[in-house]
Design a binder for this molecule. Sequence first.
Ligand SMILES: [Ca+2]
Ligand SMILES: [Ca+2]
Length: 204
Amino acid sequence: MKPALMLGLAACLILASHTTYAAALDTDGDGLPDAAENVLGTDPMNADTNGNGIPDSKDKTPLNMANPIKAGGATGGLTFTYKVEDNADPATGKSADDHLEIALTNTSGAYLAGLVMFQQIKDDVTGKSEETFRKLDTVALKAGATQTLHFDTKTAPGHFRVNPNSMYVKNPNPKSFTVTFAADGIAPVSVAVHKDKGGAETAD
Ligand SMILES: [Ca+2]
Ligand SMILES: [Ca+2]
């Protein structure tokens, strides 16, 4: 083979491998390419979107799961408020992009750790739902303390990643949220919140 032809063949091979790589980019390494996750509604930067311990590519229901939080524990140890729209910037008081915002208060009289959260979002029009479970290992509350948690795209302390392909972000239908928290020795507490029609992650 002539050198020029060999070079041309090598260039073709390199181009082909780059094209294949780009087509199969799998940022979170869960076996599903980013492009497929964007279609499926899973998170391309979280290998286990629903938090049930099974990677998205092996999970038969990567967006759905039953509530794993068990009943039991002391009642009255934890209260919280939950906001899914009409958020405000705490520094300026001005309107902020819609996001999940939770203010947790430890009313147990003791240090509170082992916080877990289960959330269901239900589309009021189609009836479809998405569930997620999280272990909030970085949150520990002293007795009487309140901490506000934000679920959005920011990375500052107190912020947790939300799936950018979730129905909360992508689907403008009115939705019903149910969220449950529990902690070590503390009984689960739940609230239901409704979100009016309109997209999230845009101030409205
Ligand atoms: Ca992936
Ligand atoms: Ca999973």
